[in-house]
Design a protein around this ligand. Structure first.
Ligand SMILES: Nc1ncnc2c1ncn2[C@@H]1O[C@H](COP(=O)(O)OP(=O)(O)OP(=O)(O)O)[C@@H](O)[C@H]1O
Ligand SMILES: [Zn+2]
Ligand SMILES: [Zn+2]
Length: 831
């Protein structure tokens, strides 16, 4: 192959195609699909990724420019990942380079020079040294040498270099200008150990310290870090370097993997004996693993039903067949207990990838995977791109979590990527949750129906391990409290419950759902909130114009002064922060020990872990926080969970608001009474009849899902219809309106010409509707106004392509006007 097709790393419409380059002779050995390369591009030098190799160029051969460099000895992406990137760019309408770059660890994105050096303890035969034509001699001086230089100076040794790199006798390093990547430790290697003692004797007496060091090395006869040796023998590195001059030792940098969990001991755990229910749940997963067929399962197990043990045993099965596994967890720093459980079971075979690691740490973990030293990757969303070669299993824990959707481009959803990736590997996907996303549930339960997820098997675990009961859930009507003159944050019931826990020295979790405040109007006397008559979503308050608006269709009404439902004047903004609650707790319950966990107290690295272990050691009575306290935590002494205002999330201008609220309440309720002590949950609300709340009270997911799906179907929302949101932003509103209207009418025209109907009301026929343009829920961001169009469609059509073509037709106008466009296919957050 003499031609490389390259996607350059410039994310624009014009460069979103491959460019051909000639592969110079000296690089033939090195260029593969997935290689990162440097190429000339006009007057510039750009980085790019090779997406295909060919013998023929698409343009005149003579005019092909040559590739300049291969940036890594081991291509960071495989052909499989490149193909996955192509799929992502089509599926979520983003430039291919954006999809490919998302798969690389950050450390590989800078302009980094690659270096090659000998691995610690590598040995070479004389024949190999001779064969290498000076290459090994150069490397044996110990210093890492630039890959690019080596390729230039030893053009005939390319194959050997590559072989030794893959064998691990040579190692690839990189120095990133502004960040350390691989950490190295200067290490002293004794040479000619048989003669070392003898040689030590020959060192002149005035260099007594050198003699001592040599004698020590002769005795221990193993590599030792320079600093440690100097410290042990109370000498200086200068003294040791003198031994190097005498040829008795070599001093070389040796990579040290920065294991972020290095200072932690994980007790070894062995597989538990599964309960019969767990056994039944694991069986179909095991069967699919053994058959090596790609299959997706929804593991729907209530909180505390032992899903994690099933994951662990499925992974074991996968590893036994010499394949690898990926485990996705929502936000890993929130779930340190999860990581512990995987580390305890699989030890060093686990690589952990998450956003709180430094670039260097992340790169080390990534290399463990790339080089086959780890077989299990545990991480947040982007761990779905872990560069494994033969995947057997992908587990997505808490699959309903919103963090699996990336909110910036590429706006992929890890669940969809997992299913696509698994197809290529014949791998099994297990989606686990106590409160599955309605889309997933619908796909799994109405079996046989092809959905966008493909066919999904349904596995239910409706009971907790050891028949521990689910906690009792009480609902407190805050309107009643107001009537009785209690204006405090805590209802009488919750206050009593807190007091009794303090007496019994048990612990509690208090959740304040803060998102969505400030933007909605609610009546504190009757719980009334305004919703759009067309879209069934909460209206959003706009301070400037003092009106209430729908962010889907643009409907608006003026702000009410008294409640339209009960005429109470107690209609007002609603809002309080965790800090205020903390103060109120201290004032109401003197001496109470509170740990507050929210974005303000957890920005520091490792702070989550610290707070949580403090709480586990019972050095606090209350864990108070936002959504983050709801997830995955398992504390034996928590017997009370309080939700201070269940309503807030219901008022987000999002058709998933009630689903999210139900999920949150069910999850947080699941934190109570997971062990011997029984648990109790108290939910405070102004809307006690709301289905999200009543079904959560009964722990009735199926009931909730059935009701919610009926509504979704009526309104054409997912999973029965699909959405694409297109957001335009600009400094000027008239410009936005004009572009937005052009887009909407052009898209409607396209749909009409294809005979696609526009109304959703009639049966299940294919339909496409364009709502808007209307101001986005976040109407202004960084001095730019934002307007959005919502494309809602149903049935068999390639709506993404219609949108992309329509935007293509408008490209000139958009560019000339300086309008920014962003497209979100299957959006998860409507903000
Ligand atoms: N087979 C078993 N025998 C005994 N104990 C078990 C078994 N399986 C799980 N457990 C225990 O039951 C508890 C709940 O299990 P686990 O945390 O796996 O549940 P889960 O379904 O993942 O919960 P959640 O969704 O709430 O995080 C844990 O303390 C776990 O150690
Ligand atoms: Zn009212
Ligand atoms: Zn509306």
């Amino acid at each position: 192959m003499t031609v490389a097709r390259v996607i350059v790393d410039v994310p624009s419409r014009d460069t979103d195609r491959t460019f051909d380059y000639a592969i110079p002779e000296r690089l033939r050995e090195w260029v593969e699909v997935g290689s990162r390369v440097a190429v000339p591009f006009g007057p510039r030098k750009l980085q790019g990724i090779v997406t295909a190799l060919a013998d023929d160029a698409e343009v005149d051969r003579g005019r092909l420019k040559p590739l300049e460099e291969v940036l890594d000895a081991m291509p960071p992406l495989s052909a499989e990942l490149v193909a996955l990137g192509e799929w992502i760019s089509r599926r979520w309408l983003c430039p291919l380079t954006v999809a490919l770059q998302a798969m690389l660890p950050a450390a590989l994105k800078g302009r980094a020079e690659k270096y090659v050096q000998q691995a610690a303890g590598a040995v070479w035969s004389d024949a190999e040294i001779a064969l290498s034509g000076g290459l090994l001699l150069a490397l044996r001086k110990g210093k890492p040498l630039k890959l690019a230089t080596l390729l230039q100076q030893y053009p005939d040794q390319g194959a050997l270099l590559k072989l030794w790199l893959r064998e691990g006798r040579l190692e690839e390093r990189q120095r990133v200008e502004d960040q350390v990547s691989v950490k190295t430790v200067l290490t002293v290697f004794p040479v000619e150990t048989e003669h070392l003692l003898e040689a030590a004797g020959a060192i002149p007496a005035r260099a007594g310290k050198q003699r001592e060091v040599a004698a020590y090395l002769a005795e221990h006869n193993e590599p030792i870090p320079l600093a440690k040796l100097a410290e042990t023998l109370a000498t200086t590195s200068g003294t040791i370097r003198s031994l190097e001059d005498r040829g008795l030792v070599e001093i070389r940098p040796v990579t040290e993997d920065r294991d972020p969990y290095a200072d932690r001991d994980f007790p070894v755990s062995s597989p538990m004996r599964l309960t019969p229910k767990q056994e039944t749940a694991l069986a179909p997963i095991r069967e699919a693993l053994d058959a090596r067929v790609s299959r997706t399962f929804l593991l729907h197990g209530v909180t505390g039903s032992g899903k994690t043990e099933i994951y662990l045993q499925a992974i074991q099965r996968c590893l036994d067949s010499r394949r690898e596994a990926i485990v996705l967890v929502p936000e890993i720093s929130l779930t340190p207990q999860m990581v512990e459980r995987f580390k305890s079971r699989f030890g060093a075979r686990v690589a952990v990838l998450h956003s709180r690691l430094s670039h260097g740490e992340r790169y080390d973990e990534w290399r463990k995977i790339r080089e086959g030293r780890a077989q299990v990757a545990v991480g947040a969303r982007s761990a779905i791109f872990a560069p494994f070669a033969s995947l057997g299993l992908i587990v997505i824990d808490e699959e309903h979590e919103t963090s699996y959707k990336q909110e910036e481009s590429p706006k992929y959803h890890a669940r969809d990527v997992a299913i696509e990736r698994a197809k290529g590997h014949g791998a099994v996907v297990v989606l686990g949750s106590a409160t599955p996303a309605l889309e997933t549930y619908e796909a799994a339960v109405y079996e046989g129906r092809e959905t966008k997820l493909g066919e999904t098997g349904y596995i239910a675990l409706p009971e907790r391990v050891a028949n521990r009961p689910l906690p009792r859930v009480h609902i407190v009507d805050m309107r009643e409290e107001l009537k009785l003159g209690n204006r405090a944050m805590f209802s009488r019931m919750l206050a009593d419950a807190i007091r009794s826990r303090l007496e019994k020295q048990e612990q509690m979790v208090l959740l304040l759902n803060r998102r969505g405040y400030a933007t909605f109007v609610m009546c504190r006397s009757c719980g009334y909130t305004a919703a759009c008559p067309h879209c069934e979503i909460a209206l959003t308050y706009h301070r400037g114009s003092q009106n209430l608006r729908c962010h889907y269709c643009g409907y608006s009404e003026t702000e009410p002064k008294v409640c339209p439902s009960c005429e109470s004047p107690h209609i007002r903004f609603f809002g309080t922060g965790t800090q205020k609650v903390e103060e109120a707790l201290a004032a109401t319950f003197p001496g109470i020990r509170v740990i507050r966990m929210d974005v303000d107290t957890t920005t520091e690295k490792g702070s989550h872990e610290r707070w949580l272990s403090e709480f586990r050691e019972r050095r606090a009575d209350v864990l108070l926080g936002t959504q983050m306290v709801a997830k995955g935590l398992d504390f034996p002494y928590v017997t009370l969970v309080g939700v201070l205002a269940a309503d807030a999330a219901l008022r987000l201008p999002d058709f998933r608001a009630s689903e999210r609220t139900f999920q949150l309440l069910t999850q947080v309720a699941g934190r109570a009474g997971r062990h011997e002590l029984p648990g109790e949950v108290i939910i405070q609300t102004y809307d006690p009849e709301h289905e999200s709340i009543t079904f959560a009270q009964e722990h009735d997911y199926l009931g909730f899902a059935e009701r919610a799906l009926v509504l979704r179907n009526q309104l054409g929302y997912p999973p029965y219809g699909r959405l694409i949101s297109v957001t335009f932003s600009h400094e000027s509103v008239p410009m936005l309106l004009s572009i937005g209207q052009q887009f909407a009418s052009a898209l409607r025209g396209k749909a009409d010409s294809l005979g696609i109907r526009r109304d959703f009301d009639l049966g299940g026929a294919a339909a496409l509707e364009v709502l808007g343009p209307v101001a986005s829920p976040i109407a202004r961001l960084k001095d730019r106004y934002r307007f959005q169009c919502m494309v809602k469609y149903r049935g068999d059509m390639n709506a993404s392509r219609l949108v992309s073509e329509t935007l293509g037709d408008l490209a000139d106008a958009v560019k000339k006007g300086g309008v920014q466009v962003s497209v979100d296919v299957d959006p998860q957050m409507m903000l």
